[in-house]
Design a protein around this ligand. Structure first.
Ligand SMILES: C[S@@+](CC[C@H](N)C(=O)[O-])C[C@H]1O[C@@H](n2cnc3c(N)ncnc32)[C@H](O)[C@@H]1O
Length: 235
């Protein structure tokens, strides 16, 4: 893991910090290209392939990369997900940050040949994190480490995913691990404790003003949060 300080936001810095030194990294949904540039500048990746499905962001990335002087080590490619990455690119690390979990899971499953040959995935889903954690388990990868942080008033999870089987609980506990992070629960992450406590208060507040017949989903969520809290305080 790198300890290079950049001028990235705290969220992007956490994504960058997760990337292990490698020959080739792919930054999927690179947008401005800031993470790609940090990877090249720090030497964490010798070469970066920066992909985006939209022309506008890719053009901006290309301009930022040229201005930073890394056009020889960062290649931009226009395309959906991992479709523009070939096995011959020998991508070691795949970075996907700032997208919803359903889109991320779709990108990973459509590019599974590339994914399964990578030594690391660095994933920062913005929503539906359980889908990403389930996907990781299904392809027999595991979450080596996870970081939970707050940046500009929002919470973010960043996952360091590696090949190989993980160990998992069953039933409701697995559901809670998938939703809030088994790694962070087992490591009693203080920020996650705070988040869970706050969320319980928020959801219990909703229940007070909600008609009984509409309470199902909120009750379910509160139950999961309370189980997460119990797991984090269990001796
Ligand atoms: C919110 S930005 C996140 C940018 C950057 N990864 C970050 O974390 O700051 C999402 C980017 O993903 C791109 N994107 C959305 N769907 C994509 C897809 N299917 N394949 C590649 N890029 C995609 C968007 O064009 C946009 O530039």
């Amino acid at each position: 893991m790198s300890i290079v300080k950049t001028n990235l936001s705290d969220r992007m810095q956490a994504v960058f910090d997760m990337v292990r030194p490698c020959d080739t990294a792919a930054d999927i949904g690179c947008d401005h290209g800031f993470v790609s540039i940090a990877l090249a500048r720090s030497g964490v990746a010798k070469r970066v392939i920066a992909c985006d499905v939209n022309k506008g962001p890719l053009k901006t990335a290309g301009e930022n990369i040229a201005r930073a002087g890394f056009s020889d080590r960062i290649e931009t490619r226009l395309g959906d997900g991992l479709h523009k990455i070939a096995p011959g690119d020998k991508v070691d690390s795949i970075v996907i940050a700032g997208m919803g979990g359903a889109l991320m899971t779709r990108i990973l499953s459509e590019g599974e040949e590339i994914v399964k040959n990578a030594m690391q995935l660095v994933l920062q889903p913005q929503s539906e994190l359980f889908l990403v954690r389930q996907y990781v388990r299904n392809i027999v990868f595991h979450i080596e480490k996870e970081v939970f942080l707050m940046d500009a008033g929002k919470y973010y999870w960043v996952m360091d995913v590696r090949p190989g089987k993980g160990e998992y609980p069953e039933g409701e506990v697995l559901e809670v691990y998938d939703e809030f992070s088994g790694y962070l629960i087992e490591n009693r992450d203080p920020l996650l404790s705070e988040y869970i406590e706050k969320s319980i208060n928020i959801y219990e507040g909703y229940l007070k003003d909600m008609p009984e017949d509409k309470q199902g989903a909120v009750r379910q969520k509160t139950k999961k949060l309370k189980l997460a809290k119990e797991l984090m305080t269990r001796r």
